[in-house]
Design a protein around this ligand. Sequence first.
Ligand code: NIG
Ligand code: FE
Length: 411
Amino acid sequence: MNLWISNIRGLVLAEEKPRKWAAGKEMQELPVMRNAWVKISNGRIDDFGLMENFPENPQGQVIRAEGRFVFPSFCDSHTHLVYAGSREIEYIDKIRGLSYEEIARRGGGILNSALKLHLTSEEDLLQQAASRLDEIIHFGTGAVEIKSGYGLTVEDELKMLRVIRKLKEISPLTIVSTFLGAHAVPMEYKGRQPEYVDLIIREMIPKVAAEKLADFIDVFCDRGFFTVEETARMLEAGAKYGLKPKIHANEMDNSGGIQIGVKYGALSVDHLEYTGDEEIRCLKGTQTMPTILPGAAFFLNMDRAPARKMIEAGLPVAFASDFNPGSSPSGNMQLVLSMACINYRLLPEEAIHATTLNTAYAMGLSHEAGSIARGKRANLFITKPIPTVEFMPYSFGSNKVETVILKGKVY
Ligand code: NIG
Ligand code: FE
């Protein structure tokens, strides 16, 4: 059956010719069709146009959207939302003045989540993650990337990835998965980091690939975590199985993470608080999407990645949530949108590109998601009555999403 949305105040990111991303100045030019309709059939966007061309007798269900905007769903290209429990104790430590790295050195941080995950059944993990998915759906997310990396043993990494695979099967969201065995060095390997890297290369990657559990490979390449040389070895091992990299880079230091990501053809390099002219030069003309995670910078009170400088240099920029229990316990992409504007000085049009079209690219979904284009999956939302597109980031903290449509169905 067809589903029509009619009388739309503004159809955001309606693309006649789908673009792979928006970069530089182009990020300001947001296509918005005024007084429009969109037709959905078989879970896909079939057509759209102006109300003056709306058919007299549309076949199927019609939702009228007077005073409302229709957006393509947010694409959240960086999350760790499969995790067990929460870590508000560390949050208190942070308020008292400990740094993220100090907490990690004491066995807190990622290792704390790894222990909790080890003690949690697959079924329980699935339930916890499913309820987080339900929450982000109502904030307007339609596609999400989820990483492993709280397992840190062969068995537990596989367990996490199997939970993600199950979520792919049962969730209306479009989900992609990333293997992040190199998220931290587990306690048992303290002082023997190269042996843990060997374990990842010799056992984890082949097993993950054999079960087809991951679409991408990630490494936390930064000061205090994995070195550039170790990252290179692991990315090479992943490449043998066709795993494209997405890298955690330059969160703690000018660590060379951006350069190594670019060298190995990473789809994205993420975090980027420590990005200088050299890194920007290195990203120019490549296929790697610089991705900023404002939730983590906000939550950890970090310096901000130089988003404006990147855009002014002609780069595309993406913004994602980093939803995780340690540095960004929120997957609310409307908040990410507001933070992109308020904290990084993106214009609303730039921020909307950064959380939809550009994040779709950063998770390998350009052909499926990120804009309203014919043939793309019908993942979109209708807002509450709002006056302008700019109202979306402006009215921070409240949920402006009224109706969610995923895979062509009202959710
Ligand atoms: O993206 N930076 C590395 N990893 C995560 C945090 C994970 C955690 O603290 O549990 C991040 O911020
Ligand atoms: Fe992360």
